[in-house]
Design a protein around this ligand. Sequence first.
Ligand SMILES: Cc1cc2nc3c(=O)[nH]c(=O)nc-3n(C[C@H](O)[C@H](O)[C@H](O)COP(=O)(O)O)c2cc1C
Length: 243
Amino acid sequence: MKITVFSGSHKGREGNTLLMVTEFLKGAGEAGAETELIILAEKKIGYCKGLFECWLKTPGRCSIRDDMDELLPLFLASDVVVFACPVYFDNVPALMKTFVDRLTPLLYPHFEEVEKGEYGHVKRFDKVPDLAVISNCGLPGQSNFQVQSLFFRRLARSLHTEVIAEVYRDEGEIFRGKDNMLLKPLLSKYRKLLRSAGRELVERQVISEKLREALEKPIVPPSIYIKFGNEEWDRLIKENKLA
Ligand SMILES: Cc1cc2nc3c(=O)[nH]c(=O)nc-3n(C[C@H](O)[C@H](O)[C@H](O)COP(=O)(O)O)c2cc1C
């Protein structure tokens, strides 16, 4: 099984998203998957021009020459594609949206009824990978992922595939405390869960309900996260004023 992660944090390799992806891929690799990680921030990906040239002038190929020339074939050659990113104003960051918009050549322009009362575009390629999502956000609460979850499910519908797993970490700024003595054991436990998620996805093509519940449990109670988080913001504000 080939799993490709397209990681869309604007912070590239420095982000909290990558900590999650790294553990997930370790688990997937242990279970025998071939894995590849693409950091979108390191790629040149222009905005879709909105001209439908990939449908009308160069069918199945975008008219823009940039790194999507390699990324689209990689997308199609994967059995599972993982979209990884943080939450930005409840939604996906612009980098991820830019990448997603450039997936348009995967479809034909023609409309069809995909299920009763739901319409979409005809698919151009027979084999489309299953999708999975890994995301984190700064606030406490799983409701912060409502828009993203719907976005990726609608994307899967548009691309004629399905979302087979979603891993959402609220309180994502907790990863910044990875050297804190009290947080270390809690984060190490969470990292193990992420590795199990990677393994389960390869072995069963789903993440069990039990593991999903464990992955979504707050790492620390929201009141504690808010208190220490705000203290950390005050410290950083002070530090930056002094600099
Ligand atoms: C522009 C911007 C918008 C954000 N919007 C939200 C938000 O709506 N909800 C939330 O919980 N966190 C939000 N965050 C916090 C990020 O999701 C959080 O810091 C995350 O851990 C960043 O992941 P990264 O380090 O991989 O980039 C936002 C961060 C930025 C920079």
